[in-house]
Design a protein around this ligand. Structure first.
Ligand SMILES: O=C(O)CCC(=O)C(=O)O
Ligand SMILES: [Fe+2]
Length: 356
């Protein structure tokens, strides 16, 4: 393991959990280094330290966001432990026996701040995850326009990616964990304040990470819990090997499409002052001193490049994941039920394709 080589210093190393798998560092490079563009081209993760992509957002502390985020509503998730496992609401409704891993709230930003203060002394942790939309105030619009669109747009063009689909704003308590999953989009994950540990696994580790079936509410999420891995159910998890980046304010991590990632909010050594507007008129208790330390990030999700006119064989690990997803979807639809997919696949393979 390479714990000695971490370069960031603003986080508490004691907030780094030990896991069972080996870890190597993701390269950390300047936007001026041509290697950045070679790595992106090769669908390899890289931290870009000085792209300036979200410099205009580095002032987004909770006080500034309270003033300027507008009066829209925000998705806030609640978890009984520190894990925030994503699930699909529609599929969860169809699947009655599914125990929801997190609670969902839809609240104003001020209510989110109140929740942060109130939950400080209770067991539930919270995590705001909201796409930026037209309800944000003028100052945020200005900051958004001032993002380094030249830089990110040039990469988008060079790579032939589709349009920007969304920017997710994430505000979470230190210690919150987004468990390991993959997304079907390219991601420039940008850190605004606080530190996050990002553990990435390449798409060729599909069998090591045991994702839920595609029709499951937790599609794209691994079934393995890193802090207590069940090696009996998931024996190939022993073969997993991670790449790691610790990102801090101003850093941008490129998370290639279909790359697995787990994101952990670390403890800051010097948490920032959020300069909250006086809260006494809106809550019975509270000032910014009662706000626990949080991390703030915003991502840039880009739609994939269209398939090339001629496919090169053997296909890439990403394309294999896409093929597997399509087969699972096709079978569910052909059989009229997602419950039949596993049985049919076993019938096709057992004693046939798994010969030595
Ligand atoms: O920051 C996090 O907690 C999760 C971010 C993530 O999974 C993403 O941007 O795709
Ligand atoms: Fe993600």
């Amino acid at each position: 393991m390479s714990y000695g080589k971490r370069r960031r210093t603003g986080y508490d190393p004691a907030s780094i959990q030990e896991y069972t798998f080996p870890i190597e560092n993701i390269p950390r490079l300047s936007a001026r280094d041509p290697e950045v563009y070679r790595l992106i081209q090769a669908s390899r993760p890289v931290v870009i330290s000085d792209s300036g992509l979200i410099n205009s957002a580095l002032k987004w502390n909770l006080g500034y966001l309270q003033e300027n985020l507008g009066d829209g509503s925000f998705h806030v998730y609640g978890s009984k432990d520190n894990r925030f496992k994503y699930y699909d609401e529609k599929r969860a409704k169809q699947c009655k026996s599914f125990p929801k891993p997190v609670k969902r709230y839809e609240v104003s930003f001020n209510d989110f701040l109140k929740m942060l203060m109130e939950k400080k002394n209770t067991r539930e942790r919270i995590y705001l995850q909201q796409m930026l939309n037209e309800s944000v105030g003028q100052e945020i619009v200005k900051d958004y326009v001032d993002f380094n669109w030249d830089w990110v747009g040039r990469i988008q063009n060079e790579q032939g990616w589709g349009p920007l689909s969304s920017n997710l704003l994430l505000i979470g308590l230190e210690g919150n964990i987004t468990p390991v999953h993959y997304d079907e989009q390219e991601n420039f994950f940008s850190q605004i304040s606080g530190y996050k540990r990002c553990l990435l696994f390449s798409p060729d580790q599909f069998e090591n990470l045991y994702p839920h079936p595609v029709a499951h509410p937790c599609d794209r999420q691994s079934q393995v819990d890193f802090s207590k891995p069940d090696f009996e159910r998931f024996p190939k998890f022993r073969n997993a090997r991670a790449m790691e980046a610790i990102v801090g304010p101003g850093d941008v991590l490129y998370i290639p499409m279909y790359w697995w990632h787990q994101v952990e909010s670390l403890k800051s050594l010097s948490p920032i002052d959020h300069k909250l507007r006086d809260f006494s008129t809106t809550t019975s208790s509270g000032s910014s001193g009662d706000i626990p330390p949080v991390t703030v990030s915003v991502n840039f999700w880009y739609r994939a490049a269209p398939l090339p006119a001629t496919v090169k064989f053997p296909i890439s690990a990403q394309q294999r994941v896409s093929v597997m997803r399509n087969i699972e979807k096709l079978l569910a639809s052909a059989l009229g039920s997602a419950d039949e997919v596993g049985k049919l696949l076993s019938t096709m393979v057992d004693g046939r394709y798994n010969e030595e």
